[in-house]
Design a protein. Structure first.
Length: 293
């Protein structure tokens, strides 16, 4: 009886909101009117806490932290790790007044002879290889994308037969204007070798980054790995949102000393890298806001 009363009250309340509004409230735990045009999207708790500390005039609405950074009104929402989580948040944001989503978080760095990538290096991806499980679902749902997007044969297929997974890997890209604003600010704020624009690989499987995997993507000229950017860029294209990632290298897969899965050692520059990335974003916000109007 009590459950029946509850459901009747809920259904009565639902009559006064749209389905889109219901989705926003279900995922973000607040109404769409509480989301700003510029959203900053960290995944891990450490980055979220650092961003919130810098937020002025803070107001919390469910999962959303609103306030000012460098005089610009923003919403900070922690996506949590992985493409499915980012997909849920972006699906909510497309139903709000959001225009730009800036992902700021951590990534793995792949060292080679041409790029001096180390712990704390700031990565701005020029593109993301979509080797996650969520982007293929959207490409299947929006089949015209298969003709719009560049793609490559999975580089792992050179080493062995792929029994499952993505035989073809599509490529998604960030918004060029926002990316260039961040890159320009980073080059003026940080030393030249501290910020890199590189190709990035997005995966769902942190614990499957084997030496064989690292060799394969290194041979394809890929210098960073994360678990979120591919779907962010793809949904930006589908939903006409300006999306970009700025990431700090937290570990070096395949490195004898700073491989997250092989060593307990934490590099002193890991936290400094996140602080540098946050500084670049904050300094860039007035310029980013200006291109939205």
């Amino acid at each position: 009886m009590l459950n029946k009363i509850k459901s009747e009250l809920l259904n009565f309340g639902m009559k006064f909101i749209s389905v889109d509004e219901k989705i926003v409230r279900m995922i973000l735990e607040t109404g769409s009117s509480n989301i700003n045009e510029i959203v900053i999207l960290p995944a891990v708790k450490m980055v979220m806490k650092k961003l919130i500390k810098k937020l002025q005039n803070k107001i919390v609405h469910g999962r959303v932290y609103n306030g000012l950074l460098n005089g610009v009104r923003v919403s900070i929402i922690r996506s949590h790790i992985g493409c499915p989580n980012v997909g849920l948040v972006v699906e909510s944001l497309k139903r709000c007044k959001t225009k730009t989503i800036i992902r700021i978080d951590l990534c793995g760095g792949i060292q080679d002879e041409t790029n001096e990538i180390d712990i704390g290096t700031i990565i701005i991806p020029k593109l993301a290889y979509c080797d996650d499980g969520t982007t293929p679902q959207y490409i299947r749902t929006y089949p015209a994308l298969s003709n719009q997007l560049e793609s490559v044969k999975n580089p792992l297929s050179v080493l062995h037969n792929l029994l499952t997974g993505n035989q073809t890997v599509f490529i998604s890209k960030p918004n060029e204007i926002i990316k260039e604003i961040l890159l320009k600010e980073g080059l003026s704020t940080l030393t030249t070798n501290k910020i890199k624009e590189v190709n990035l690989w997005t995966t769902d499987a942190l614990f499957c980054e084997t030496y064989e995997f690292i060799r394969a993507i290194k041979a394809a000229n890929i210098n960073a790995i994360d678990m979120e950017s591919s779907i962010l860029f793809l949904l930006g294209l589908i939903f006409n949102l300006k999306t970009v990632s700025i990431l700090s290298v937290s570990d070096l897969p395949g490195h004898p000393q700073y491989d997250l899965l092989k060593s307990n050692e934490i590099h002193p520059n890991m936290e400094k890298g996140i602080e540098d990335a946050i500084k670049v974003v904050i300094e860039s916000l007035p310029r980013i806001k200006s291109v939205l109007t």
